[in-house]
Design a protein around this ligand. Structure first.
Ligand code: R5P
Length: 303
C-alpha cells in the first residue's frame, strides 16, 4: 500500500503512516496564476494499491477538485486500486433540497468523486446515517465517540454528575452512542432554531437532564454558533462546567474568537482537518483519528 499524504494535514498523515507502517509521500501540487491546479504523484505506483489521504480543508471546492485530480492521477499511473481517506467530507449538511430551486451539493460532489475513479472511501463522523448510502462505491465510516469517551473518563472519573449533550435534535444518535460508551450516563438534547437567511442560532428548550458537568458533542464546529449557544444555554439552565467535543474543526469565520471568549472550559476536536497555527487557541485540544483509521483499514484488509 502506498500512502499519499495531505500536506495541509501533515499531523494526521504522519501519524497514520506510523500506525499502518507505511512511508508517507506528498504529491506535488502547483497552482497556476488563474487558480487552476496541476497535481503530480512522484512515486512509481504502477501495480500498487494506493491510499490517498485528503482532508477537505477550506477552500473546500479547491480541496475536492484536488482530491479528484489525485485519484485521476493515481489511476492513470496504473494504480491497482485507489482508496480515499477523506475524514471530513465536505457538503455533508447539504444532503437534500431545503428550498425549491436548490441543488443537492452532496450528491453532486459524490458523483464527481466516484467518476474520478475512486474504488473505496473512508469518512469520519458522517453528518447523518444516510450519507454512506449515497455512494455507489463501498464506504467505511468511523466515529470519534470512543476518543471522546476516553477523554470524558480522563476528566471526570465519577460520571454521576455528568450529562453528554447534543446541541441539536439531529445529534441524538451520536449522543446515545457516547452515553452507552460511558455506562449509560445521563444525556440531553437541545432544540435549536437556525434562521436560514441570517444563519443566527437560538437554543429554545431541551429534553433530558442537565447535570453539573456537561459535555456538548457535535459532528462539526463551522461558525461555532451552535456549540457556543449551547454553552450559554446549559450554563443558564444549571450546568457548572461545560466542555465541547466536536469531530470536525471546520472553524469558519470568527469561530475561534467565539469559542475562546465563551464560557466553555475546553474544546476537544480531532485532526480530521488540519488546523493552521492561527486557528489554534488556548482552550483547544486536538485528539488524533489516526489509530481509529488504521484499525478500520486493518479490519477491511487494506494494508
Ligand atoms: C448541524 O446540524 C451540525 O451538526 C452542526 O451542529 C452545525 O453544522 C455546526 O455549524 P455552526 O458551527 O456553524 O453552528
Amino acid at each position: 500500500m502506498i500512502l499519499i499524504g495531505d500536506s495541509c494535514n501533515k499531523d494526521l498523515s504522519e501519524k497514520l503512516a506510523e500506525h499502518i507502517h507505511a512511508v508517507v509521500h506528498y504529491p506535488d501540487i502547483r497552482v497556476f496564476p488563474d487558480s487552476e491546479k496541476r497535481v503530480r504523484i512522484n512515486q512509481d505506483i504502477t501495480g500498487h494499491d494506493v491510499l490517498i489521504l485528503k482532508s477537505f480543508q477550506t477552500p473546500v471546492d479547491s480541496s475536492v477538485i484536488e482530491f479528484c485530480f489525485l485519484v485521476d492521477a493515481a489511476k492513470r499511473a496504473g494504480a491497482t486500486s485507489v482508496y480515499g481517506v477523506t475524514p471530513y467530507l465536505a457538503y455533508q449538511r447539504a444532503d437534500h433540497v431545503f428550498r425549491g430551486g436548490e441543488a443537492v451539493p452532496l450528491e453532486a460532489i459524490i458523483k464527481m468523486i466516484e467518476t474520478s475513479g475512486l474504488d473505496k472511501i473512508l469518512v469520519a463522523e458522517p453528518h447523518s446515517i444516510k450519507i454512506p448510502e449515497l455512494f455507489i462505491i463501498p464506504v467505511a465510516d468511523i466515529t470519534a465517540m470512543p476518543l471522546f469517551a476516553d477523554k470524558v473518563r480522563e476528566i471526570q472519573s465519577d460520571l454521576s454528575n455528568v450529562s453528554v449533550v447534543s446541541p441539536d435534535m439531529g445529534g441524538i444518535r451520536r449522543i446515545k452512542i457516547l452515553s452507552e460508551l460511558l455506562d449509560d450516563c445521563s444525556w440531553a438534547t437541545i432544540n435549536k432554531d437556525r434562521d436560514l437567511e441570517t444563519g443566527s442560532i437560538v437554543a429554545t428548550r431541551h429534553e433530558g437532564e442537565i447535570r453539573d458537568v456537561c459535555f456538548i458533542v457535535d459532528d462539526m464546529i463551522a461558525t461555532g454558533g451552535t456549540v457556543v449557544e449551547a454553552v450559554s444555554y446549559l450554563i443558564e439552565n444549571g450546568a457548572k462546567t461545560v466542555y465541547i467535543m466536536a469531530t470536525h474543526p471546520v472553524f469558519a469565520g470568527d469561530a475561534v474568537i467565539k469559542l475562546q471568549s465563551s464560557n466553555v472550559q475546553k474544546v476537544f476536536v480531532t485532526d480530521s482537518l488540519g488546523i493552521p497555527d492561527e486557528k489554534r487557541f488556548e482552550k483547544l485540544e486536538i485528539l488524533s483519528l489516526a489509530q481509529l483509521i488504521a484499525h478500520n483499514l486493518k479490519e477491511e484488509n487494506v494494508q
